[in-house]
Ligand binder design. Sequence first.
Ligand code: XMP
Length: 318
Amino acid sequence: DWTPDSFIEETVADLKAKVGNDKVVLGLSGGVDSTVAAVLLNKAIGKNLYCIFVNNGLLRKNEFESVLNQYEGMGLNVKGVDASGRFLEALKGIEDPEKKRKAIGNAFIEVFDDEAHKIEDVTWLAQGTIYPDVIESVSATGGPSATIKSHHNVGGLPDFMKLKIVEPLRAIFKDEVRRVGASLGIDPELLGRHPFPGPGLGIRILGDITAEKVRILQEVDAIFINGLKEWGLYDKVWQAGAMLLPVNSVGVMGDERTYEKCVALRAVESTDGMTADWVNLPYEFLQKTSNDIINKVKGVNRVVYDISSKPPATIEWE
Ligand code: XMP
């Protein structure tokens, strides 16, 4: 029978046999899959695993620093690369969702390729691909694999994609990945994190992306997510986040009329992201969250809650 411990033992032995003394590069995303893959490889080959964690400037508030610290605390050989400016530059003026994905994907490939080139004699690329990714090969992967297709359109493969591939999680499901992670001693909070799309806040800012919009959405998102945690609701929700809408609406503040941004909050229940139902969050929670957002986040004067299920509405708005 399958147990996390037998899986770990076999996988570590397999990785040692397969990789030997070779060097491996892996892109960490802050998500469960890439983290568990990294810890398994670290157990098998230690410092020959070179992890790269890229800040695309579209992560949640404080995420880059706090997750990087956490990775270092876990003993991973990890390099944090802050490429926020490069991504924002690449996204300038782009409004179309698929074009944004492509721009983010291509920027990621460039940054990752640059970094991989700095590792002498690296021969393997490790990925946190899990079984559902293998069968569906949907866009729902954060790392390099998500972007291979769009890069094909541009020309030849970047060098890191010519590396040999190692995917220690390719035969198991998400819940099994979480159990393996728990057995490996990974922080339960990290293992229980909601899924977060590779293009990050880039597909939650409808329309074009600016540094100011990212900052606003990070504040709104942090209030919503921290509130879910404080109210004990975070673990009851499969995924949650906020969208910054490309409309202004009229409000009042004191004697003044305001004409400011509107944000939509979304929280869904799901098992695999293929279908999803909106979550019946308590009105008291929504009331408090809405007040907090409008009082604390300058530039936002209206909050709405998304009560659409998938299908036909997708989880993300873009
Ligand atoms: P949708 O919006 O299609 O989302 O209902 C289903 C799941 O996939 C995530 N998602 C993405 N993940 N790159 C990713 O890595 C993407 O381009 C992307 N688009 C959607 C979404 O967050 C949800 O978990």
